[in-house]
Design a protein around this ligand. Sequence first.
Ligand SMILES: [Fe+2]
Length: 254
Amino acid sequence: MTVRLDVRAERERMARAYRPGQHVPDFAYSSDEDALWSRVFATLSAMHQQLSCTQYRLAARYVGLPTGRVPQLSEVSGTLRSLTGFALAPVMGALPGRLFYPPLADGILRSTPDLRPVAEQSFSPDPDVIHELVGHAVMLADPDFADMYRWFGRAAKNATSDEVLTAIAKLFWFTMEVGVVTEKGHPRACGAAILSSVAELESFANVELRDFRIDDVIVSDIDDSVCQPVLFVAESVSRMKDEVKRFLDSSAGA
Ligand SMILES: [Fe+2]
């Protein structure tokens, strides 16, 4: 445990010292943490075969996350740059929306290198490197999702009020974090928070699914400390993309 705390403290120090534009440093992980990554990644990858959308699974093949160790943000960032131009930049823990969203406009996802504790291996209420890489980074290897992340960033940059930023954050949550699309009549997950959580994927079959209507989405409550009881399902990724763009171009003032 002492070793884990030392390793974690060093990661935290390095992530806090990082400044935009700097070279992304390599972060150290203990052998126990590499083993945790391996277990969770293997379980998630198996579940994705049945429960994730096709575009996510194809993107995962392009990214090719390693199975036996925690990947470095820098290596995954290099892969994304060649695929969609996105880059990962370290930050410690979760950022408030006003700091998280705007860099997306410039193709930068602020990502924590921290790793969830074993006690939270199936469900981590806080973002960690599994969430960032298995969830967001794989999505960002797909051009349609990468477009949407950029649009969210641009809209947040241009937001003229807290109310507008709140609506943007809710739409981001119910699409890029816990989004669902239909494929051949079945719901398939396409959001980072679902795709990076064994518990979320286990409960996926039992959630209440509602039609994806942005007017409903932006008045819905968010509780990211529990598995989601209600999700909004779009007809397809392209339909979700069209509706997200329409909203962000108009209502959000982008
Ligand atoms: Fe996230």
